[in-house]
Design a protein around this ligand. Structure first.
Ligand code: ADP
Ligand code: ASP
Ligand code: MG
Length: 603
């Protein structure tokens, strides 16, 4: 018998009428011949209210007690949902995370799922029940209740679908699908028919709050088809599957409004410095992003990175001048609150050039200054001030014509379970979802999975120090470079000293001379310093799933290389890869060290 998991978010169960409405959707799925597991969130803004209550008493409530408190929200909804189903004449049974057997680690408020027992759910389903599962919660080995992080019910739902081998996981929410950007921010956002796991994972981790990013890690790892749709209508929503909707270079844009930038100025440029910094931050389970280590000058370098605004205080605690900064010898710690990160994402970026340039141009035409830039194969992020955030998003959305349906659409990989047709499957559908995994093969469901470790020795690096920090700089630079037919791979821009920017990028070695030429001319025009370059660098990349959300991974990479005496230069992170540049002579040694370090996580 087919099995379907349906998840209803907070707004979809905000009152008893809505709970009855959700119950009817579950009944319809059951009547269509499916076994049904319903995962629910807390009603409306319950979780926010619970958090506010705790904050009325204490600024730093113990995390264990926060989990005890917050998990109560979902417990209310499961009971009401089961009561609703019974009242409509259906057999139902509610279960907490502990009753199901959702085992997690013990990191309270940010717990990761280790395993899910399906026995109790199967028995209840086979006895003709609709099973109602509490989202967002689990239990650790000592019997403590844990929660998975805000928005974590999506992750519960997709993880349950993976563990049960469900045919589909439906995410019912207050929008009718996944849009090219948050439709509440831009009215011109367009609903996509389908989006790939990689793109959705990236968008979610860059701020598209429609899905909890870790849920997409599960979907990709275990090949779960996710259907995001409206709780309030019956229109088909968007499918999250292996194949992208089209070959367009950019398929979505995301905004993370509440970010903070930190810069450690004047760090001695020695192996191990970055490692020590990120080790401390990772231990505090803070997700760092946009990490940029500038090319060292006079033996010192600056390291800039962003963290979620809510983690700024905790990050500053970690960086406390007396501990880390002194230990790593930074001259100064600088930070900026109220910055926003605007990102564009698309699988097509891997094969199509000129995307970064187009994005920077769109932003500069609005006279908006970009203070930091990072790129990876399928995303480009720019940091702007809070007040410029929406305008930046609009400019970028329009530059890539995201409001228009792409002219050539890929045929859908899966149709929604309700009208599946085997004949209408594209090339993508014949490819197994990569990596295709058996739940039982993974000792811990949310462990990091590394697909490959790669050494690229074809690139050279150029750095433009002391560039004026004003709108249009990056746009002009990458426009000139594109005009010269030069293909750029990694780009990072960060804040240097005295309000100057530093831009570093990599190009194929064969194009280095041409790139130096262009860059020198720009340096003359801008009256900035001569470019610095390294004709032979090596890029080491670790590729896998959900790399950024596993906060310790970048740290392990740095530590492994530092222990081998290898210094890290440019860093680029995304959900599916972390790349760093090192000196060419140390590339092969670095590759071997990383392969050894990650041997257990390789699939
Ligand atoms: P739920 O409570 O159902 O989990 P959320 O509030 O977590 O709902 O997620 C739905 C919201 O996500 C929408 O109301 C929308 O504002 C926001 N959102 C952000 N980015 C996107 C996007 N790309 N597509 C659709 N919705 C988005
Ligand atoms: N109720 C939890 C929250 O508000 C989990 C969720 O809704 O996904 O974060
Ligand atoms: Mg949500």
């Amino acid at each position: 018998m087919p099995l379907i998991v349906q998840k209803f978010g907070g707004t979809s169960v905000a009152d008893t009428q809505k709970i009855l409405g959700a119950a009817r959707k579950a009944i319809r799925a059951a009547q269509a011949g499916n076994q049904v597991v319903v995962v629910v969130s807390a009603m409306g803004k319950t979780t926010d209210h619970l958090v506010a209550l705790a904050k009325e008493i204490s600024d730093r409530p113990p995390h264990r007690e926060m989990d005890m408190l917050m998990s109560s929200g979902e417990q209310v909804t499961i009971a009401l949902m089961a009561i609703a189903l019974e009242s409509l004449g259906y057999k139902a049974i509610s279960m907490t995370g502990a009753q199901i057997g959702i085992k997690t680690d013990s990191s309270h408020t940010k717990a990761r799922i280790r395993s899910i027992s399906t026995d109790r759910m199967r028995t209840a389903l086979n006895a003709g029940n609709i099973v109602i599962a509490a989202g967002f919660q689990g239990i650790d080995d000592d019997g403590n209740i844990t929660t998975l992080g805000r928005g974590g019910s999506d992750t519960s739902a997709v993880a349950l679908a993976a563990a049960l081998g469900a045919d589909e996981c439906e995410i019912y929410t207050d929008v009718d699908g996944v849009y090219t950007t948050d439709p509440r921010l831009l009215a011109e956002a367009r609903k996509v028919a389908q989006i790939s796991y990689d793109e959705m994972l990236e968008l979610a981790s860059l701020g598209a709050g429609v899905m909890h990013s870790r849920s997409i890690e599960f979907a990709k790892k275990f090949g779960v088809t996710v259907h995001v749709r409206s709780s309030f209508t019956d229109t088909p929503g968007s499918l999250i599957v292996a194949a992208p909707e089209s070959d367009a270079p950019v398929t979505g844009a995301a905004i993370a409004k509440n970010e903070a930038r930190l810069t450690l100025i004047g760090v001695p440029d020695k192996p191990g410095n970055a490692m020590r910094l990120f080790a401390r931050i990772a231990e505090a389970k803070i997700a760092t992003d946009m990490i940029v280590q500038n090319i060292g000058q006079e033996g010192r370098t600056d390291i800039s990175f962003t963290v979620p605004g809510n983690d700024l205080a905790a990050t500053l605690d970690v960086l406390n001048i007396n501990t880390v900064s002194e230990e790593i010898g930074a001259e100064q710690v600088d930070y900026q609150k109220n910055v926003a990160k605007v990102s564009v994402v698309g699988l097509g970026m891997e094969t199509q050039g000129g995307i970064a340039e187009k994005m920077f141009r769109a932003v500069s035409q609005k006279m908006i200054n970009i203070s930091m830039i990072t790129t990876s194969e399928i995303k480009i992020s720019a940091l702007v001030s809070w007040s410029d955030a929406i305008e930046t998003l609009r400019a970028v959305h329009s530059a890539f014509q995201l409001e228009k349906t792409p002219s050539k659409l890929n045929s859908p990989l899966h149709s929604p379970a309700s009208n599946q047709s085997a004949s209408n499957q594209s090339e993508w559908s014949k490819k197994p979802v990569k990596p295709e995994l058996d739940v039982a093969r993974l000792s811990r469901m949310e462990d990091i999975l590394i697909e490959s470790i790669h050494l690229d020795q074809t690139q050279a690096r150029i750095t433009m120090p002391n560039v004026p920090d004003k709108p249009g700089i990056a746009a002009e630079m990458f426009e000139r470079i594109a005009e010269a037919g030069i293909v750029v791979d990694m780009i990072v821009q960060s804040c240097g000293r005295n309000g100057k920017a530093i831009i570093t990028y990599t190009v194929p070695r064969t194009m280095l001379d041409a790139a130096i030429d262009v860059t020198k001319k720009l340096a003359d025009t801008w009256r900035s310093d001569e470019p610095l370059y390294n004709p032979t660098i090596a890029i080491l990349s670790v590729r896998g799933t959900g790399l950024r959300s596993h906060t310790g991974l970048a740290y392990r990479m740095f530590k492994t290389l530092a222990d081998g005496g290898i210094n890290v230069n440019v860093i680029s992170t995304s959900e599916r890869s972390i790349s760093i540049t090192v000196n060419n002579a140390q590339g092969e040694q670095g590759l071997q060290l990383l392969k050894k370090e990650f041997a257990n996580e390789m699939i």
